[in-house]
Design a protein around this ligand. Sequence first.
Ligand code: 0GY
Length: 300
Amino acid sequence: MASFTMDPDWLCFTEHPTKPAHVLPAGAVDAHCHVFGPGDQFPFAPERKYTPCDASKDQLFALRDFLGFDKNVVVQATCHGNDNRAMVDALRAAGGRARGVASVRPDVTDDELAEMDEAGVRGVRFNYVRRLVDPKPDAYYHGIVERIAPLGWQVVIYFEAADLAERFDFFAGLDTTVVVDHMGRPDVRQPVDGPQFDLFVKLMDERPNVWAKVTCPERLTVAGPPYDDVVPFARRLVDTFPDRVVWGTDWPHPNLNSHMPDDGALVDYVWRIAPTDEARHKLLVDNPTRLYWAENAGAR
Ligand code: 0GY
């Protein structure tokens, strides 16, 4: 079996996070997390841009239980390319307590899609972050949308805020449910009501099929923990679109080079972006359950 050595400057996740001070509501979903390998069982993709540390499904489930989550949404990470076996293996082991988002090519077969659907996959991810993937033409993504349409799957999009203007019409033209990773990665040095974040709010405002993950303060921050500079961005989305936001840890936190967050502190961060019981229940329970566990989840 292949053996992999993680990148020398890679920061591995915190093995012993603190217990959150707050108690998550029953049924809470960690709606954005990953599994990496283990590389000797599920080899990393030859075309990957980074080699992470192993982060297995068992470690993910242990974290879920420790933090007080009920379920996970496991998102395919680029280090596994279009080979979804590690993610699907995690879904199958989770006994209905995990859903997945895959990465596929337009030539994926109906049988492959049906098998993933049966395992709990409910969407595909289009990643536009250039340090992670090589860009592809729109036709490539349209081809995938056609393939998943019969299943009613969602499309998860990951992009940098600076690229939104250029891609706005394409994203707005998608008629699947669309879920945006990490609030569209705003530059948090810009005003929360400035033109850059306004454009993202406009996308959600005009397109009721667009949802946001109000995730990754540790990735977006310039100031560092406790992420005061990111709170207003997440607050704006939670306040404006309380029924179309979800949250997740992003464990095991790929590609962070400044610091590795404490997952317990990240859970406590949720109380700052969703300060009321009602807002938190929607964010952590109702919205992700509707999005990933409802009958025909993904279809509007
Ligand atoms: C994330 C973010 C990152 C990586 C990936 O697929 C990935 O490799 O998503 C990132 O480096 O910003 O969502 O975990």
